[in-house]
Structures are given as C-alpha cells and as structure tokens.
Design a protein around this ligand. Structure first.
Ligand SMILES: *Cc1c(COP(=O)(O)O)cnc(C)c1O
Length: 390
C-alpha cells in the first residue's frame, strides 16, 4: 500500500479516542452510559416533512441525477425562507446553492478560496471543520480565542495587521457551538467592516439560528450594512427540523463566492437527492414549521433549566445559554477538561465532551449537549450528584 498523502498528517489527532476507549470499557462493565456528548437531536423529523418525502420518492423524475446546484424550487424556497426570517432577498439563480448538509459546504468553500500559505481566521474553541480543512488545503489557521469575558466573541482588533492582510476567510458561528454564545448586530457590523477593510470573505455558519430561548431571536450576518459584498451564510435543516441524517442545507450570499464554491462542488458531488430537497422545501415552507420549532425550543429550554439547576446543585458554574443546545460549563478547580470528563464517565457513567476537543481555548470547559429526553437527563444529573464530588 502506498502512504496516504502527507496532508493527512496535518489533521490533528482524534481527541475523543481516549474518551471513546474509556466509554467502551465502562459499557463493557455493564454500566448504562448516558451520552450528553453528541449534538444530534433525539426527536424525530416532523410528520409534514416525512409525508413530503413519501410523495417525492414516488416521482420517477426524482430518481435521476439532481441539479448539482440544487433544484430551482429548493433554492427559491431557501431564498424565500431567508427573506421572511431575516429580511434580505437573494437571487435563487446566482446567490444560493443547495448543500449535502452544511458541513459539506463549509469544507468545500475552504478549497474554493485557500491556497497554500493563505491565512484563515478561525474561532477557538470552534467547529473542527474550519481548521481541519484549512490545514488540508495547505492554509494556516489563525486562531481567534473565544473568551468568557468577551461573551465568547472574537476580538478582531487583536488580529495583527499582517495576519489580517494575509487572511482570506473569517469563520463566524452564532449561536455558537460549543459555547452557546450569541452575537449582537453590533458585532456583525464590526466583522463586516473588518472584512471590507482587509478584503476577507466572512463565512457565517448560522446552523443554530432557530434554536434560541428566552425571547432571543438570532440575527443573520446580512443584518450588517455591506455584508452582501463580503459574506456568505450557511444554513442547515439539521438542527431546527431534526434532520441530521437527511444531509440538506444551503448557502446564500455573495454571488462570486457562491460561484467559486459551485466550481468545487460541480467537480466533486452531483447534488443532493431531489426527493430530499422536496422534503426540505416542505420544511421551509410549511405553515406548521414555526409551531414545530417553537415546541422543540420549549423542550430544549426545559432541559436547559433542569441541567443548569442540577449542575449548580453540585457546585458547577453553569449558566443558561441563549442559543444552540449546548451548555458550556467551566470544570472545577484542579481539573482539566479531559480529567473532569473522565471522572464523569468513570464515576457517573455520563459522557460529556471535553472543551479541549474544540481547540486550546476550550480547555477548562466541558460541553453538555441537551439531546436526551428529560428522564435521561435527570438520571445523569442525579448520578453526578451522588458520585461526583466537586
Ligand atoms: C450541526 C452543525 C452544523 C450543521 O451540519 P450539517 O452538515 O448541516 O448537518 C454546522 N455547523 C455547526 C457549528 C454545527 O454544530
């Protein structure tokens, strides 16, 4: 066998390997392990989407190759949804592209823009795709620390002038995975001004725009003046419609950036199954969608409040997030992210994600995902209370 390409060596070691090994050990001992580790909704896809899929799959026209850029009907539904939800209008023909899940598009836009030696501004902690594909493409991730004292927003003024000049892309993700932080309209305006000054494309990952609480409504990067000149925004059906397995999302924004991403995609994939796109159209246009999302959020909010109360009861400094379905919790004194995650697994049979898995500035935190039913969450909290001395 030949050696794999040297670029594979640039992929950081799999940080969950040790936790995964321990998890298998604990399961082998017969422990009923509860996972608060994964960001994957536990509830089913809504009926109105499944019904649309049933109809779509019966249509033989859908059995052939899809349009690589997404069906015009899907792109129209995406743009109409965006206009209704966020305000700005995009041209479905030139300013929108269907994606095989937004992860696919987030990875490929890096290949459309990053040459070896280029700099990409990457939040840390952050979704690993941004930095991994930057490295695979031969680029250099410049890490933007997300710190509690700045509300987990990057300090763009702290980016050195020469780094900003070399940067091609700036990744932003609010509501944020893993911190649960949200962005203000002011911050987005600042980011757009920064991108215009240094000729940078902002890649806004708005996967959690609909998962918000306490009356908070998440904005789009396009709320900022001038954003259309320098930004694209990725949106996913995965989280709001419990559709992680369906692999469908889209990107809207600057036509030149959409076109560049399209070049990579035409030459890589052949688009998403048209029947899946039709099901996604039902999700984006159904009059039932709003009520469905509101009910989901009420479920997450109840879980959030239950978890915050339970974690505080054992002395952890948990605060309720306004967006996403993650709690970002500082570990107790004397622990690292990994040692505390290991303690929770071994003593309580509860899996959480060590913050360090999302980057060096995630050290000192664990991420708790609320994608389990209330009974399981309650059981996890109860076990922590009984077995974990903080
Ligand atoms: C879940 C998630 C996505 C969405 O991924 P899909 O590929 O659309 O399922 C994108 N970005 C972040 C930060 C996420 O957590």
């Amino acid at each position: 066998m030949p050696q794999p390409a040297t670029r594979l060596a640039s992929v950081p070691p799999y940080l969950f390997a040790e936790i995964d090994r321990k998890k298998r050990e604990v399961i082998a001992r017969g422990v009923d392990v509860i996972s608060l580790g994964i960001g994957d909704p536990d509830q089913p896809t809504p009926r109105f989407v499944i019904d649309a899929m049933h109809r779509a799959i019966e249509n033989p026209a859908n059995h052939q190759y899809p349009d690589y850029e997404g069906s015009l009907a899907f792109r129209q539904a995406a743009c109409q949804f965006y206009a209704r939800r966020f305000g700005p209008r995009f041209d479905p023909a030139t300013e929108a592209l269907a994606l095989i899940g937004s992860k696919e598009g987030l990875a490929h836009i890096i290949w459309a823009y990053v040459d070896p030696g280029d700099v990409v501004l990457v939040p840390d902690p952050g979704y690993p795709v941004y930095r991994t594909h930057t490295r695979l493409a031969g680029g250099t991730p410049h890490l933007l620390p997300l710190r509690a004292e700045n509300g987990f927003l990057p300090d763009l003024d702290a980016v050195p002038e020469e780094v900003a000049r070399k940067a091609k892309l700036l990744f932003l993700n609010y509501p944020n995975n893993p911190t649960g932080a949200v962005a203000t309209a002011d911050f987005y305006q600042k980011a757009v001004n920064f991108a215009r000054k240094y000729d940078i494309l902002i890649v806004s990952d708005n996967a959690y725009s609909e998962m918000t609480y306490d009356g908070y409504v998440a904005p789009s990067i396009f709320a900022a003046e001038g954003a259309r000149e320098v930004a694209v925004e990725f949106w996913s059906l995965s989280k709001p419609f419990n559709m992680t397995g369906w692999r469908i999302g889209f990107v809207v924004g600057n036509a030149a950036a959409i076109s560049a991403l399209g070049v990579i995609k035409t030459n890589t994939d052949s688009g998403q199954f048209t029947a899946v796109q039709e099901a996604a159209i039902a999700a984006l246009t159904s009059p039932e969608a709003e009520a469905f999302i509101a009910e989901m959020n009420e479920t997450y909010r109840r879980r959030r409040d239950m978890a915050v109360a339970g974690l505080r009861a054992i002395g952890l400094d948990a605060s309720p997030m306004k967006g996403s379905f993650y709690l970002w919790v500082p570990v107790p004194a004397g622990h690292t992210s990994a040692s505390f995650a290991t303690l929770l697994l071994e003593q309580a049979g509860v899996v959480v994600t060590p913050g360090s898995a999302y980057g060096e500035h995630g050290e000192g935190y664990i991420r708790i995902s609320l994608c389990v039913p209330e009974e399981r969450l309650q059981e996890a909290l109860e076990r922590m209370r009984r077995f974990v001395a903080v």
